[in-house]
Design a binder for this molecule. Structure first.
Ligand SMILES: [Zn+2]
Length: 557
């Protein structure tokens, strides 16, 4: 039997009755080439090119291997070379490709198998170009698989076929070479993986490794997030500590009433309106309410309505979508959304424009916000605390503040007393601030000069606790010994005349006090140089000895 004598119709037995076509005992199928092309396309799309290539190469391998076994059974070949040559012939009869053998050499004893062939009309290259398009690498995957499988069956050990040229990658023809393992080039070895069985285990392991990698990445991200979270908690803690202590400073009945109000309202979700002059510590009160509420592990967000930029109020409070207005390059979360689950504190709420008041009222009523340029409303769960240093009732009467918003905010008003109405707290606050600034500036101060203390207690403190804090900070900074001296208080404390002009009758001071403060200040500026050019004596117009006497008399060290 000679391979050239094989005829397709003689090989196949088709039984129209049963619909079974046989090649010897093997059942054969006739497929539409396009259906195969579409199957290939789906494989590439779902598994990727590499995996699809591997599967189709293995599929071709099975076809070739089985064809070799069947033809061995079916025919009596004169030589193994004929048996081998039947492969290309069968491949051609099956309609896959026309094969033109260029050379073929097989020597089992020496383990050598080498052949080269040209493939014409490769159905696979046609289908690949049709459904997937031109490729960077050869595309006749089932064909090379077939050649490998058939040759392996004949040769008795592994043979691999590779395309060195392929129509599918733009070459003028498909050129295939087959080699036994001993004859493989380095380049061929690199392509062997496409011939290996598609292993689910290996594939699974690969996926597992990938998952593990992703898992590690996720864990690292989680770690980073946790670090940031604890950093935030630490900062919140730091803020709380500072505030908790400061709000506790004071024992006056006026302050106690405020603390009682805080205790009463903190655990509810009521809106609170905190009223008080500037510098009375309204934000501390808001913080204390948040800290004592069930929301204390959620954000506390402060918005100072007086410093919000006119055109940006809405985007600041409610956020905006990308492209909502010129300059809105990214989507931005508003303060309300950041505060979700927590508390928002609107300081200087009386400064909101009427337009914003209306939008704000809507948020309070509906508990939802809409981002600027957005079409979707977001539910939010935020407790609102507001503060004002101007009587809102008056703003309402003047038509500057919506009455409905005022009533909505004024559910539970807390009046924070000015410092002049709780003078008994001045000493405690002074001690507290002195300690705070001493530890911050690494100073040591043991006592406060009694005249200075009297001055502090008699002053009217228009800037309230904040003003006191600044005065003490400056005094600690300027202090030279272990006793704290407070200079003149008021709008222009550097000028004795200014102090007199600004002072209430109770604050007017003796000439001796002013003299002492003045000398102390000059000494401070001259770094305690008394005599000589630029010294304190020259500035004060006194002989150095006279200045020393005065200092002794006034108790300046
Ligand atoms: Zn090809």
């Amino acid at each position: 039997m000679n391979p050239g004598q094989l005829k397709l119709l003689e090989l196949l037995k088709a039984d129209d009755e049963s619909g079974v076509i046989r090649f010897k005992h093997r059942r054969m199928l006739i497929f539409d080439a396009d259906a195969m092309g579409l199957l290939r396309k789906e494989l590439v799309e779902t598994l990727g090119l590499e995996r699809a290539r591997r599967i189709l190469t293995r599929f071709g391998y099975a076809c070739g291997y089985r064809d070799a076994l069947t033809s061995k059974e079916l025919f009596d070949w004169e030589s193994d070379d004929d048996w081998w040559a039947a492969g290309p012939r069968l491949h051609q009869l099956e309609g896959i490709v026309q094969v033109r053998l260029l050379r073929a050499h097989m020597d089992r004893a020496r383990g050598v198998l080498e052949s080269q062939a040209e493939w014409l009309y490769s159905y696979e290259a046609e289908q690949h170009l049709k459904h997937i398009g031109p490729s960077d690498s050869p595309v006749c995957w089932t064909l090379t698989g077939y050649a490998s499988g058939h040759s392996t069956a004949v040769f008795g050990s592994d043979v691999y076929a590779f395309e060195t040229e392929c129509i599918g990658k733009g070459d003028g023809r498909c050129l295939v070479e087959a080699r036994a393992t001993t004859g493989l080039s380095q380049q061929m070895r690199a392509l062997l993986e496409y011939h290996r069985p598609f292993s689910f285990e290996a594939e699974f392991q690969h996926l597992l490794n990938e998952l593990e990698g992703r898992g590690k990445e996720l864990a690292a991200n989680e770690e980073r997030a946790k670090a940031l979270e604890s950093h935030v908690l630490y900062l919140q803690e730091a803020i709380k500590e500072e505030h908790n202590f400061e709000e506790m400073v004071g024992a006056s009945p006026a302050l106690k009433r405020v603390v009682q109000d805080i205790e009463k309202v903190a655990s509810s979700d009521s809106t609170v309106l905190i009223c008080g002059e500037t510098g009375t510590g309204k934000e501390l009160i808001a913080n204390a309410i948040h800290a004592r509420s069930s929301r204390n592990n959620r954000p506390f967000i402060t918005v100072n309505c007086a410093v919000l930029q006119a055109g940006l109020v809405e985007s600041e409070l409610f956020g905006h979508e990308k492209g909502a207005f010129t300059g809105a390059i990214h989507r931005k979360l508003g303060r309300f959304q950041i505060a979700d689950g927590g508390t928002i504190f609107l300081d200087e709420v009386g400064e909101l424009s009427l337009e914003m008041q209306m939008k704000f009222l809507r948020v309070l009523q509906q508990c939802e916000i809409e981002r600027l340029g957005g079409t979707q409303a977001f539910k939010i769960d935020v407790r609102v605390l507001a503060a004002t240093n101007q009587p809102l009732e008056r703003s309402v009467a003047e038509g500057k503040f919506r009455s409905d918003l005022f009533y909505r905010l004024n559910v539970f008003p807390i009046m924070v007393p000015p410092l002049r109405e709780r003078r008994e707290d001045i000493v405690l606050l002074t001690n507290y601030f002195t300690q705070k600034f001493c530890s911050r500036m690494r100073r040591r101060i043991c006592s406060i000069d009694s005249a200075s203390l009297e001055r502090l207690e008699n002053y009217d403190w228009p800037g309230n606790v904040r003003e006191l804090e600044h005065v003490i900070e400056r005094a600690v900074l300027l202090a030279e010994g272990e006793v704290l001296f407070i200079g003149p208080l008021g709008r222009d404390e550097r000028s004795a005349i200014g102090a007199v002009a600004a002072a209430a009758p109770a604050q007017l001071r003796t000439l001796q006090e002013i003299e002492r403060d003045y000398i102390a200040e000059v000494l401070r500026r001259t770094q305690r140089t008394i005599a000589g050019k630029g010294g304190a004596a020259e500035i004060l117009g006194l002989p150095p000895s006279t200045l020393r006497d005065r200092m002794k008399k006034l108790g300046i060290k």
